[in-house]
Design a binder for this molecule. Structure first.
Ligand SMILES: NC(=O)C1=CN([C@@H]2O[C@H](COP(=O)(O)OP(=O)(O)OC[C@H]3O[C@@H](n4cnc5c(N)ncnc54)[C@H](OP(=O)(O)O)[C@@H]3O)[C@@H](O)[C@H]2O)C=CC1
Ligand SMILES: Nc1nc(=O)c2c([nH]1)NC[C@@H]1CN(c3ccc(C(=O)N[C@@H](CCC(=O)O)C(=O)O)cc3)C=[N+]21
Length: 296
């Protein structure tokens, strides 16, 4: 069992090294260069930062990065046409449409228009259904990154009590599925949960995916528990903007056995897992054996 602050940056860097080796083998043995297309609609500054980071890291591991930008007032049909074009493009192994989309677009319709075998976010209903029934799926990147960090901390998770705070389609729900598959006893909490603090205190593994700065306090945590903080919140402190998680890190670190920081925890793992999923998609679509050591 690993203890202390879990360095997501270092773990993600190691995962990217393995992804780079797999991408190189695909190129050398089969003449294939993997490609990831990222679509950004609108000019949300945080989204622009993520998209830029994704493109840079995609190129760094030796894959092609295709960035597509549409203006905030583009129509849903324009976006659907772009998705259809990327579905047909053999150079594109993975497609990610950055969320949230502008309010005049139906995100479900857009996501479900992505070819499931290129859906490296794992948000398409087909991948969601496959994951939910324990079949081979493309798994959402953030939950995948969380599971890798938990494997690093615990190894085997069998029988552990896991509490996931948050029930979104992109984090909470798929993570609950993965934890169940790993034989945890899983509780999913949300905004209507009564006495959230005492529910959290049951957890050997506590996952915070809420979007409320430092909501989870030190005395909500069972001594020695593993705390995975997914939240990314921009707050102003002493006139400066800082990123903080959903967990009060100072308080929690004093009680937890292991804890992930923000920044430098789940975030970098999410991007590394996106590259892994692109490699996975590129192998599966060609019926090639999947590279070892890239998934949980
Ligand atoms: N590090 C990374 O890679 C990623 C980080 N994030 C971050 O993770 C956080 C969550 O993201 P996401 O899942 O998309 O968020 P959503 O807003 O989609 O979901 C938030 C969830 O938290 C629950 N919630 C809200 N308030 C409370 C409360 N007071 N007590 C208990 N539960 C509450 C909501 O409950 P209800 O369903 O009842 O409304 C909901 O289920 C955000 O900070 C986001 O920025 C997201 C994706 C990737
Ligand atoms: N289709 C889609 N897929 C996503 O996976 C998706 C999305 N839309 N929309 C937004 C959320 C959020 N998300 C993050 C990814 C990386 C960091 C990350 O790398 N964070 C760094 C800090 C980055 C900074 O400084 O801003 C860290 O935590 O250390 C954060 C958040 C992916 N998301």
């Amino acid at each position: 069992m690993k203890r202390g602050i879990i360095d997501g940056k270092a773990t993600a860097a190691e995962l990217r090294r393995r992804a780079a080796a797999a991408a190189a083998r695909l190129r050398e043995d089969h003449g294939i260069t993997c490609g990831l297309a990222v679509v950004l609609v609108g000019e949300d500054p945080a989204s622009q930062v993520y998209v830029r980071n994704k493109s840079t890291q995609t190129r760094e591991v030796g894959m092609n990065s295709f960035e597509h930008r549409l203006s905030a007032d583009a129509s849903e049909d324009e976006l659907l046409e772009l998705v259809a074009k990327l579905n047909r493009d053999p150079a594109v192994d993975g497609i990610l449409v950055q969320l949230p989309l502008p309010p005049h677009m139906n995100a479900d319709r857009v996501i479900n228009a992505i070819a499931p075998h290129k859906d490296v976010d794992g948000f398409h209903i087909s991948n969601v259904g496959l994951l939910g029934t324990g079949q081979r799926a493309l798994v959402p990147c953030t939950p995948l990154g969380c599971m890798m960090m938990l494997r690093e901390i615990h190894g085997d998770l069998s029988g552990l009590e896991a509490v996931v705070v948050g029930r979104s389609n992109i984090v909470g729900k798929p993570l609950a599925q993965l934890l169940m598959m790993a034989n945890c006893t899983v509780t999913v909490a949300h905004s209507r949960t009564r006495d959230l603090a005492s529910v959290c205190r049951r957890a050997d593994i506590l996952i915070a995916a809420v979007g409320r700065a430092e909501m989870i306090r030190g005395d909500w945590i069972k001594p020695g528990a593993s705390v995975i903080d997914v939240g990314i919140n921009r707050v102003e402190r002493d006139g400066k903007f800082r990123l903080v998680g959903d967990v009060n890190f100072g308080e929690a670190a004093a009680v937890a056995g292991a804890i992930t920081p923000v920044p430098g925890g789940v975030g970098p793992m999410t991007i590394a897992c996106l590259l892994v999923n692109t490699l996975t998609a590129a192998h599966r679509v060609r019926n090639l054996p999947e590279p070892a050591g890239l998934t949980v």
